[in-house]
Design a protein. Structure first.
Length: 202
């Protein structure tokens, strides 16, 4: 009798163990990481909502190459984007987004391989996106810009200095005093721009 009970218990234990092994999922085989996997990764250095909460703004950059800024309407789901954007600023009235547009990375790398001078490299641009009519304006050759915290009608930017004329300046020809060159020591021209009328004041 004891032998039968022991055999029954032993057979039942084997059945339970076999059933558990059968129900266990197959082991996951981990793929080794390579440079091709790194290239698929994305970085999100900036994400924000407009002050009125109607739009989401996200900057998405690859590990290598040019990224983009994405404007998403949270009401309609519509999307717009601009390539190579960084340094996004949103106006307090939720009507505009201003951002720097970088030159194409591969173009800059190629020019640097050719040992081009800094002044020969392509310059940044200023992008202005309108949330109202979903349009974008671009101002080329911009050093930097600033957006006021509590006034949506104006913004300021610094254009890159124009290339110096190799000939004799017109002011010198006319006997006038030569204006100072734009530089870190002398400063740079500042432009105030109205976002609605596009009127500029220096």
């Amino acid at each position: 009798m004891r032998v039968l009970v022991f055999l029954s218990f032993f057979i039942l234990s084997i059945s339970v163990v076999a059933q558990k092994k059968k129900n266990q999922p197959a082991p996951v085989v981990k793929q080794p990481l390579s440079h091709t996997v790194y290239d698929m990764w994305r970085e999100i250095p900036f994400k924000a909502l407009t002050p009125d909460g109607n739009f989401a703004v996200t900057v998405v950059n690859p590990q290598d190459g040019d990224g983009q800024v994405i404007f998403t309407s949270l009401k309609t789901g519509s999307r717009d984007s601009a390539a190579r954007a960084e340094g996004v600023n949103l106006t307090w009235d939720s009507r505009f987004a201003l951002f720097r547009i970088k030159p194409q990375q591969k173009v800059v790398k190629e020019l640097r391989r050719e040992k081009k001078k800094k002044e020969e490299l392509p310059k940044d641009s200023l992008g202005i996106y309108s949330f109202v009519n979903r349009s974008m304006e671009r101002i080329p050759d911009v050093r930097g810009f600033r957006v006021p915290e509590k006034n949506g009608g104006w913004f300021a930017y610094q254009p890159e200095p124009a290339k110096e004329d190799k000939g004799k300046p017109e002011a010198a020809k006319n006997g006038k005093k030569k204006s100072k060159r734009n530089s870190d020591e002398n400063g740079y021209k500042l432009v105030l721009r109205n976002v609605d009328t596009r009127k500029e004041t220096t």
